[in-house]
Structure formats: structure tokens, C-alpha cells
Design a protein around this ligand. Structure first.
Ligand SMILES: Cc1cc2nc3c(=O)[nH]c(=O)nc-3n(C[C@H](O)[C@H](O)[C@H](O)COP(=O)(O)OP(=O)(O)OC[C@H]3O[C@@H](n4cnc5c(N)ncnc54)[C@H](O)[C@@H]3O)c2cc1C
Length: 305
């Protein structure tokens, strides 16, 4: 009931609102049932009012970017999804080498803005199919780079609707983790400090890394990137391969034949299939090697635990 009141407030503010929206349309696994409502805030002011209302009225919320690191329950999400996406995606130059991007901006667009301005430092992120907010939350990284290397400040909103600006030290950025992994804050924007470079060289690097992705990753199937974090001194994909799990299947979910570090939706997979396959991989790898594979993908339950 309170979700309806939140949706009504969002409509009054002029935000996009959908009821019973299937999350499968918003996750790269292409799975997940409907949420009670989905709201697309357009500004920090909207977000502040919505968040305060949700907190005061006990509405459960889920912040979502491009859903490229999420496994949502087949039952859906019993609450309101705040989709921080294209409606919240301004990118501006703060000075000749600092870019401010709102949380909903696509990472690939941010990388292209850097390129257009002859700025290097973000080449590693080209091809990560998420938003700036999701990238900061996850301290996304690839090919030897990570968000930590280029972020100089992040503005986020607490559940009272107040904005806070954090320095790099306060962001607690470590391997695929940030302060946001354990706070309830919503990332509003990030400032990225880059270095002047040669446009042709920057573009060549971006294209080279994209080609490597296409060559090595099963991009022809829905997936959520690396399913597991890298265990200390090992590669998850190699451990999975060594345990003879290449091609292992549960329902429509499969360990990619192309890259064992990826669980893919081979066709018609449910989130339950994917979860079961993840558990099977973890159990097998642990029994055979002693390594515990920690899931990198965020598993989102239908109801609060
Ligand atoms: C083909 C493929 C390749 C990938 N390659 C890489 C890679 O090379 N490196 C890498 O690190 N990742 C990779 N990923 C995983 C994923 O793209 C990244 O983790 C990305 O940063 C997630 O962004 P998102 O917007 O999709 O976040 P979502 O999946 O929508 O959300 C992820 C988490 O962030 C939270 N979140 C999102 N936005 C906000 C916000 N504004 N405020 C607060 N919390 C928020 C969500 O609540 C959730 O807990 C890949 C995924 C795919 C499908």
C-alpha cells in the first residue's frame, strides 16, 4: 500500500513510474520477476523526497543501475526499485581534466566523453556495461585498472535525504567493494580526475580492450560478468575449469564453455537455476580445491531477510 503512495509522490514529482515491472527487462541475466513499482528519479531533489518518504513509511527499496551485476528473485522484488539510469545521467567538465558524472550515466558514455576531451585513465572501464553508480558501488575494474585509480570524490545521499561528499580515503575502495557495500547510501555522482593524453592512443587502447572482451567473454548470451570474485592468488575461471565444470548446466543456466568464470543464461534460465548452479560450483570447487568462491554478483531476495 505504501508503495502506491510512494509511486503517487513520484508521479507528482514528474518521475517515470511503472507498476509490476518485470526485472528481467532490467537485468543483464534477463531474469527476475516483477517489482511492486519502479521509479526513475530525475534529480537529487526528487531522490531526497522519495527516500525520506520511503524511510518514514517503511517502504523497502532497491537501487538499481543497469542490473549488470544483479541476480533478482524469480518472484520479483517486494518493494520499490529506484532505477538510477538515463534520467539521472548528466556529465559535465569541472575543469580541463576533471569530469563529473551523475550516477545513472553509462560507464561507456563516460569513457567516450573522456576520449572526446583527450583524457586518459578510463580506458579500462570501456566495455563494463554498468552505470557510474554501479561502478563506484562495486569499485569496478578490469585490465589492471579500477575506479579507485580515477575517482577523486563521490557525492551520495543518506536515507534522510541528506547529501554527503566523500574523499577517496572515505570511499573505502578495495577489490570489488566500497563503503556503499555496507551503508545504505545512494550514489548521486562521481568526480573523475584524468590525465591529458593522445586521442588516437586512448581510442586504440579502448578498442583493443573491447576486442579482448569480445574474444574472451560469452557476450552472445545474457550474463552478469564474472560470477565470482578472484580468490587470493587464483583465478575463479581456472579453478572452475580444473574442477571439470566447463559446460555444467542447471535448467537454462550454464557455466560458459567460452569462459568458465561466467555463468550464462543459455536460454530460458530462471534465477533459481542460476542460483543452484552457483551453489553447485561453490560446493564442487571447495571440495576439490579448498577454495571458497565468493559470489561477485549481488543476489537480491524477493522479501527482506
Ligand atoms: C558482459 C559483462 C562484463 C562485465 N565486465 C566487468 C568488468 O570487467 N569489471 C567489473 O568490475 N565488472 C564487470 N561486470 C559487472 C558489472 O557490469 C559491474 O559490476 C557494474 O559496475 C555494475 O553496474 P550496474 O549499473 O549494472 O549496477 P547494478 O547491477 O544495477 O547494481 C550493482 C550493485 O550496485 C548498487 N548500485 C547501483 N547503482 C547505485 C547507486 N546509484 N547508488 C547506490 N548503489 C547502487 C546496486 O544496489 C547493487 O547492489 C560485467 C558485467 C557484464 C554483464
Amino acid at each position: 500500500m505504501n508503495e502506491k503512495a510512494l509511486a503517487a509522490l513520484a508521479e507528482k514529482l514528474g518521475c517515470g513510474v511503472c507498476e509490476n515491472e518485470p526485472l528481467s527487462a532490467h537485468t543483464t541475466f534477463r531474469t527476475g520477476g516483477p517489482c511492486t513499482c519502479m521509479i526513475m528519479p530525475k534529480s537529487a531533489e526528487d531522490l531526497s523526497q522519495l527516500i525520506k518518504f520511503a524511510a518514514e513509511n517503511g517502504v523497502r527499496t532497491l537501487v538499481m543501475g543497469k542490473g549488470s551485476n544483479m541476480l533478482c528473485a524469480d518472484e520479483g522484488f517486494d518493494g520499490a526499485v529506484l532505477l538510477i539510469g538515463s534520467d539521472f545521467s548528466e556529465i559535465t567538465m569541472l575543469d580541463d581534466c576533471t569530469i563529473r558524472a551523475q550516477a545513472g550515466a553509462a560507464m561507456s558514455r563516460l569513457c567516450r566523453v573522456a576520449l572526446d576531451n583527450g583524457l586518459r585513465g578510463l580506458e579500462f572501464a570501456y566495455g563494463i556495461p554498468g552505470t557510474v553508480g554501479g561502478g563506484i558501488y562495486m569499485n569496478a575494474g578490469a585490465y589492471g585498472g579500477e575506479m579507485k585509480d580515477v575517482l577523486v570524490s563521490v557525492t551520495a545521499m543518506d536515507r534522510n535525504g541528506e547529501l554527503h561528499t566523500y574523499t577517496p580515503a572515505q570511499l573505502e575502495l578495495t577489490y570489488r567493494r566500497s563503503r556503499f557495500s555496507h551503508t545504505d547510501e545512494i550514489i548521486v555522482s562521481g568526480d573523475f580526475k584524468l590525465a591529458h593524453g593522445d586521442k588516437a592512443e586512448i581510442e586504440a587502447k579502448m578498442n583493443e580492450l573491447m576486442a579482448r572482451r569480445k574474444d574472451k567473454q560469452p557476450l552472445e548470451y545474457p550474463n552478469a560478468g564474472s560470477t565470482f570474485k578472484r580468490p587470493e592468488g587464483q583465478f575463479a575461471g581456472k579453478l572452475i575449469q580444473d574442477c571439470s565444470l566447463r559446460g555444467a548446466t542447471v535448467g537454462g543456466a550454464q557455466v560458459s564453455e567460452k569462459h568458465c568464470g561466467f555463468v550464462i543464461n543459455k536460454g530460458g534460465a530462471t534465477s533459481a537455476d542460476i542460483k543452484e548452479l552457483i551453489a553447485h560450483i561453490q560446493k564442487t570447487v571447495y571440495e576439490k580445491t579448498g577454495f571458497h568462491l565468493e559470489c561477485e554478483v549481488r543476489i537480491i531476495p524477493y522479501k527482506a531477510d
